[in-house]
Ligand binder design. Structure first.
Ligand code: NOJ
Length: 545
């Protein structure tokens, strides 16, 4: 089937689009330093075009000391030499554009690196013009202004003796939060965003955007009182060009807020990347390291809430993976015997819904989690958490189990291109070990196998473009209380879609609703058997009126 190219000149083109996230450090190395680079991405554009995606969410490539793998930016207008040059970036934008693929730049507007010129100036004195670009409180160096804890462990406050002040950081010490109350800071950020639009990028992924309007004195991080005012200003100032897509990462979003973020009039952003469904297998009120099994009815209710809640009034991002999350096939599927079946099943569940799907690199191959020794991990979050939890009395094995299940490096191991040396990722030493299962799980093998996870994703992408009910139909659960099957319908005036997913590794009895008995089978991961769902079986059935 010929590739369908979207007209990206108008707002809303992303409603038919599928995006692909690249974590540049781990995608493809071309210079042998063991770290992926922009030339590597350029060399793989044909692969991505063949898969059929419309945009690349490019995790940060700006200049950075890499304390948090690029989410600590020291120059928003420069490319980190580790990834290449500005010329490489321009080539990537234009080569991707030729293939109908937009580049969506990942920006951290909440914080910068402590090496950023603004912060270096801010450190010089309290009356430096850049001082107020960051968040400071006076203190005594003994007791921080309050007990707020940073996401990567420790206090949110770091003491600077020569200023007699603490600065505020929600993430690592090296990621000072910027002060959005300062209009000069906002103007500089908008200017920088216009610089990138001028380079031809298709949009922005805005890191922890719900945290920019923090109010530390009130212990507010997400959803601060001025948040939507700031986003509306950003939209007016920067996003005037019709086709620019923006996806806001918002851990604290609920449906009502998401309607503001992604209002169809474009007054804020295009869509929101929220995590309610992702947090369902952790103990309520605790953090992600405190795991509980996924209760399927809870997942269904959560996704129904978002599907119904934003239909016609906002826009969802659809995802189960990114660079911060473990591989979904290891998390909610089965990465052993039923790896292929369960990877396809999970994809079916997600890609039948309304929203813009995001595929994280390697998801289309069914890549899995990895188990490393503690000192092989690179993630600042893993190491800070290990130190914190062992100090609290957790034993080594318990903490390692959490890391193996939830650590962010699970998603960050190098992309598996071939079964050969370092999976075809690098000729050097990879910065993070390659998963040894690359011998079996790799792009070359997937492209040779018509039943691979890759071709299944390719077909799902085609279906989004050719079956309108997937984009615009209403959503209803079938059998909401079932703990085994996730089934739902999508309905429009002239099309009806049924999506059925067996979330278990068991063969179970399940009857297709009568009205779908004669429906067209759009996609399945098995040859269907009446009355039965095989382990991790999935299907999409269509009725045209
Ligand atoms: C969210 C990003 O996805 C994550 O990787 C990063 O560590 C934090 N924001 C801080 O920028």
């Amino acid at each position: 089937m010929a590739r369908i190219m979207l007209d990206k000149s108008k707002r809303g083109w992303w409603e038919s689009a599928v995006f692909y996230q690249i974590y540049p450090k781990s995608f493809q190395d071309t210079d042998g330093d063991g770290i992926g680079d922009l030339q590597g991405i350029i060399s793989r554009l044909d692969y991505l075009e063949y898969l059929g995606i419309d945009g690349i969410w490019l995790s940060p490539v700006c200049a950075s000391p890499q304390v948090d793998n690029g989410y600590d930016i020291s120059d928003f207008r420069a490319i980190d030499p580790m990834f290449g040059s500005m010329e490489d970036m321009e080539t990537l934008i234009s080569e991707a554009g030729k293939r109908g693929i937009s580049i969506i730049l990942d920006l951290t507007l909440n914080h910068s690196s402590d090496r950023h010129f603004w912060f270096q100036e801010a450190l010089k004195s309290r009356d430096n013009p850049y001082h107020d670009y960051y968040v400071w409180r006076d203190g005594d160096g003994v007791t921080p202004p309050n007990g707020m804890r940073a996401t990567f462990g420790g206090s949110c406050w770091t003491w600077v003796p020569h200023l007699g002040q603490y600065y505020f950081h929600q993430f690592a010490v090296e990621q000072p939060d910027m002060n959005w109350d300062n209009p000069n800071l906002r103007r500089e950020l908008y200017d920088m965003m216009r610089f990138w639009i001028g380079k031809g990028i298709g949009g922005f992924r805005l890191d922890v955007i719900d945290q920019i309007a923090k109010e530390p004195d009130l212990e507010i991080t997400g959803n601060g009182p001025r948040l939507h005012e700031f986003l509306q200003e950003l939209s007016r100032e920067v996003l005037k060009e019709e086709g620019i897509v923006t996806v806001g990462e918002a851990w604290g979003a609920n449906v009502e807020r998401a309607k503001l973020y992604s209002a169809p009039d474009g007054s804020e952003l295009s869509m929101v990347f929220q995590f309610q469904h992702i947090g369902l297998d952790q103990e309520p009120g605790k953090d992600k390291w405190d795991m509980i099994p996924l209760h399927l009815p809870a997942l269904k209710q959560c996704l129904r809430h978002w599907q119904q809640g934003l239909n016609g009034t906002g826009w969802n991002s659809l995802f189960m993976n990114n660079h911060d999350l473990p591989r979904v096939v290891s998390r909610w599927g089965n990465d052993g015997q039923y790896r292929v079946e369960s990877a396809k099943m999970l994809a079916t569940m997600l890609h039948g819904m309304q929203g813009t799907p995001y595929i994280f690199q390697g998801e289309e191959l069914g890549m899995t989690n990895i188990r490393l020794e503690l000192d092989q991990y690179k993630d600042v979050e893993i190491h800070n958490m290990y130190a914190e939890r062992t100090a609290m009395g957790y034993d080594h094995d318990t903490v390692m189990n959490s890391i193996w299940a939830r650590g962010r490096d699970n998603a960050r191991t190098p992309m598996q291109w071939t079964s050969g040396w370092h999976a075809g990722f690098t000729t050097g030493t990879p910065w993070l070990p390659v998963n040894p299962n690359c011998v079996e799980i790799n792009a070359e093998a997937a492209l040779d196998d018509p039943y691979s996870v890759f071709y299944y994703y390719k077909r799902l992408i085609e279906l989004r473009k050719t079956v309108p009910v997937i984009r615009f139909g209403s959503f209803e659960l079938v059998d909401p209380d079932s703990e085994q099957v996730f089934a739902y319908t999508r309905d429009s005036a002239d099309q009806h879609l049924l999506v059925v997913c067996n979330f278990t590794g068991e063969e179970i009895a399940w009857d297709i609703p009568a009205e779908y008995q004669e429906a067209e089978i759009l996609l399945t991961n098995y040859e269907p058997t009446p009355g039965i769902l095989k382990p991790y079986e999935a299907m999409m059935l269509l009725i045209n009126e």
